[in-house]
Design a protein around this ligand. Sequence first.
Ligand code: HEC
Length: 194
Amino acid sequence: MKVAVLLGVLRIMRIEPVVGGMLCAFVTFAATGPSSVRFTKDVAPVLEKNCQGCHRPGEAAPFPLLTYEQARPWAKAMKEAVLLKKMPPWFADPHYGKFSNDRSLSQKEVDTLAAWADAGAPQGDPKDMPPPLDFVEGWAIPKPDVIIEFPRAFQIPATGTIEYQKWWCRPDSPRTSGCSSPKRARTIARGCIT
Ligand code: HEC
């Protein structure tokens, strides 16, 4: 079992809620108008930022959302999923402030996906398509600083919940030499069962 670790300071920042955020989003949306929403210029950037981490081949989600052709059949389902806040999955309680890694959508982004579905999912000009994200193969995080191999595999059951796990890596083991001094992990990729 391997785990990729991005070293750095664990940061969970609290940012005060922005007063008037809803009003702002509404005004911007009204100015744009639902019929002018296009995949390439409006929807693709939202998918890149909030969905493709999982919705791409080899990741947790069951279908990719990288291209217009892939996203188009899902337009209505995406609208529903974001309106119901089923997607993107984010379970942090908003009563405890705003987290810096919050991946939930802004009201404007929800409105964009909804308006796109309502308009019949138009593509728009292919020239407006943002450049594809550069994912590091196999990891859901940027290039890891350290890859730590644990001495034994951990069986993940197909269903149910898993008790909180604590893993120790020994600095004197060649397999875990990345742990030679105390460090904090900024991001840990999901375990890769090998
Ligand atoms: C953390 C990973 C993750 C992210 C981020 C994510 N999804 Fe998903 N998505 C999943 C998984 C896993 C499923 C299948 C299981 C399920 O339906 O809960 C899924 C299912 C869906 C479905 C099918 C829903 C249904 O009712 O069957 C839609 C539509 C969808 N995602 C859209 C999106 C959109 C749009 C975004 C970004 C705004 C997004 N997802 C972000 C993991 C993710």
